[in-house]
Design a binder for this molecule. Structure first.
Ligand code: GDP
Length: 411
């Protein structure tokens, strides 16, 4: 069987108009994922690709994913949505498009802007640990080395505040529009000796499967299958499950021995992270469990939170968030209304440092520490221990109003 390439999910982040869409468009072209003929003429020719993809995206996830893939000799890549897009944060949190690495785009003629800071903070909060910095529009500053170095210093200082080590981050002078240093080293920047963008992408570390974390399988659906019985279905987020082991579903509390594991109509002895499985557990019937429950080993069960502390970012709220507000939290496959008990502290959105203790309210753009109480039992866990189980999106009025991470659980 042919060896399949490892796969990396990429998020393009940065201030509006700094060239994210143009860079993705040009990258898809250089990687051979799209043809020149698919592009428009004129100033927006590369951006056009992304706009077109945007329209298709509206129609469905499958098309979305199918079109934004490209490959190098080393990896297959998927470009996941940028944080500017409406459902990026929700998708990232629910695991639909968890990014493994971020490409931060900073326009050389504009420098670090408010969204540059926000996106850097947000990506780190959402678990992106690898970063590449593209200093874009280098053509607009006449391919000037001094200007590039000045921006490199400014961006280094910024990413350091949220915990990236600039020494491990490649800084690349690019022109998303002209194509400099996207695939091949550009003669316009002969002073630059580092990797091109595509080389830097190939130097990223492949994501590791979290096999050594506790077993967690958020349940998406529960089926009754003739001859097999009750079959909960879900994706293994962390850990490994073997046939014959004892598992428990929380908050339902039902438990039993794993009788069978199935994936794509084949049976397996074990399941590991990334596997979408159906499995049958002795003694657990269709009415004992439901979507939103999480399966784990009996001796290391998923934590049910009575209350929890969280770090949140308010993305787009038409009013203010105060104590008592009870929107719906989306965490793994569960949706539970949770009440804000306490606004513990407001944070500087760019650095995550405490800016104000016990604020009266939070509004769009604010980052904060808060204490929250689910209105019914839910599994949510400390994101520092199990990142996959600690991320959530807060939805209200049909949109994602905030996103965050659980940082402590009161059982
Ligand atoms: P986004 O909002 O970050 O996705 O930015 P876009 O990709 O839409 O780019 C905004 C504008 O900047 C568009 O008019 C692009 O053509 C232009 N642009 C993007 N990259 C470059 C570049 O490297 N050089 C020049 N001169 N213009 C660029």
């Amino acid at each position: 069987m042919a060896k399949t390439k490892e796969h990396i999910n990429l998020a393009f982040i940065g201030h509006v108009d700094h060239g994210k869409s143009t860079l993705v468009g040009h990258l898809l072209l250089k990687a051979g994922a799209i043809a020149e003929q698919q592009l428009d003429d004129g100033e927006n020719k590369f951006r056009f690709v992304m706009d077109k993809l945007g329209e298709e995206r509206e129609r469905g996830v499958t098309i979305d994913l199918a079109h934004q893939k490209f490959s190098t000799k080393k990896y297959d890549y998927t470009v996941v949505d940028c944080p500017g897009h409406r459902d990026f944060v929700k998708n990232m949190i629910t695991g639909a498009s968890q990014a493994d690495a971020g490409v931060l785009v900073v326009a050389a003629d504009d420098g670090v802007m408010p969204q540059t800071k926000e996106h850097v903070f947000l990506s780190k909060t959402l678990g992106i640990n690898q970063l590449i910095v593209a200093i874009n529009k280098i053509d607009l500053v006449d391919y000037d080395e001094a200007k590039f170095n000045e921006l490199k210093e400014e961006v280094s200082a910024l990413i350091k505040t949220v915990g990236f080590n600039p020494a491990n981050v490649p800084f690349i002078p690019v022109s998303a529009f002209e194509g400099d240093n996207i695939k091949d080293a550009s003669p316009n920047t002969s002073w630059y000796k580092g990797d091109t963008l595509m080389q830097a992408l190939d130097n990223l570390a492949a994501p590791e499967k979290p096999v050594s974390l506790p077993l967690r399988i958020p349940i998406q659906d529960v089926y009754s299958i003739t001859g097999v019985g009750t079959v909960p279905v879900g994706r293994v987020e962390t850990g490994v499950m073997k046939k014959g082991e004892n598992v428990i579903f929380e908050p339902a509390g039902a438990s039993g021995e794993v009788k069978s594991i199935e994936m794509h109509h084949e049976t397996f002895e074990t399941a590991e992270p990334g596997d979408n499985i159906g499995f049958n557990v002795r003694g657990v019937g269709k009415n004992d469990i439901r979507r939103g429950d999480v399966a784990g080993h009996v001796d290391d069960a998923p934590a049910v939170a009575k209350e929890f502390d969280a770090q949140i970012v308010v993305l787009q709220h038409p009013g203010v968030i105060t104590v008592g507000y009870t929107p719906v939290f989306h965490c793994h496959t569960s949706q539970v209304a949770c009440t804000f008990l306490e606004l513990t502290a407001k944070l500087d959105p760019a650095t995550g440092q405490v800016a104000e203790e016990n604020p009266d309210f939070l509004k769009t753009g604010n980052a904060a520490f808060v204490k929250v109480k689910p209105t019914k039992p839910m599994v949510i866990e400390n994101a520092k221990k199990i990142p996959q189980m600690g991320r959530f999106a807060i939805r209200d009025m049909g949109q994602t109003v905030a996103a965050g991470l659980c940082i402590d659980v009161t059982p």
